[in-house]
Design a protein around this ligand. Structure first.
Ligand SMILES: CC(C)(COP(=O)(O)OP(=O)(O)OC[C@H]1O[C@@H](n2cnc3c(N)ncnc32)[C@H](O)[C@@H]1OP(=O)(O)O)[C@@H](O)C(=O)NCCC(=O)NCCS
Length: 167
């Protein structure tokens, strides 16, 4: 199993998984194709590729120091193997590499499994978007993960040793 960038040629397989996992709320193949070919400076889409078969995928929007997890999904028969966690870690690593110290996401209020995954990765609840998911009208829980900018800890320690000031 490898994590690799999503390609235009992956769109049909990903769209088929979308349909199964998200039903009426699935992204269309056209939207997926637009996203995958969108400006790579702001987007980052990856797939978990198991010998040529896509087991899962995730997408990130990252710009101006802030990132959003746009999508994350794993084929149902592969749940619980750590693939979702690995994909999310891949997105979070890329967000950090791009200097994003805040990562946001929306998740259905009734999606306990995904929420558990996000909480384990340090996301906390910050609000509710009423009726966010259409056509079902289900509310979204908005979650956020804050990380220190690279080197922040080091600077803090260096400062403390240099002049013994503790912030
Ligand atoms: C949410 C989803 C991406 C998780 O993918 P996954 O590959 O099953 O995730 P993992 O195996 O890495 O497990 C993630 C977490 O799920 C939980 N989990 C794992 N196995 C579980 C099980 N058998 N029962 C309940 N929870 C379980 C654990 O909390 C785990 O966290 P950990 O890695 O810190 O132990 C996947 O269930 C999915 O695609 N769901 C449908 C689409 C969806 O809801 N996407 C999120 C949209 S916001």
């Amino acid at each position: 199993m490898v994590l690799r960038p999503m390609r235009r040629s992956d769109v049909d397989a990903v769209a088929a998984m979308e349909e199964i996992l998200f039903g009426a709320e699935a992204w269309s193949p056209e939207l997926l194709a637009t996203e995958v070919t969108a400006d790579p400076a702001s987007r980052y889409y990856i797939v978990a590729d198991d010998s040529g078969v896509i087991a899962g995928y995730g997408g990130l929007l990252a710009q101006r120091g802030q990132a959003d997890v746009l999508t994350l999904a794993v084929a149902a028969h592969r749940w619980g193997e750590g693939i979702g966690g690995a994909l999310l870690d891949g997105l979070l690593t890329e967000a950090a590499r791009r200097g994003c110290t805040e990562v946001f996401l929306e998740v259905r209020v009734d999606n306990d499994r995904a929420q558990r995954l996000y909480r384990r990765r340090g996301f906390t609840d910050i609000g509710i978007r009423r009726g966010y998911y259409q056509p079902s009208g289900t509310d979204a829980l908005v979650m956020r993960r804050i990380s220190e900018p690279p080197g922040a800890g080091k600077k803090h320690l260096a400062g403390r040793h240099r002049d013994r000031r503790v912030r």
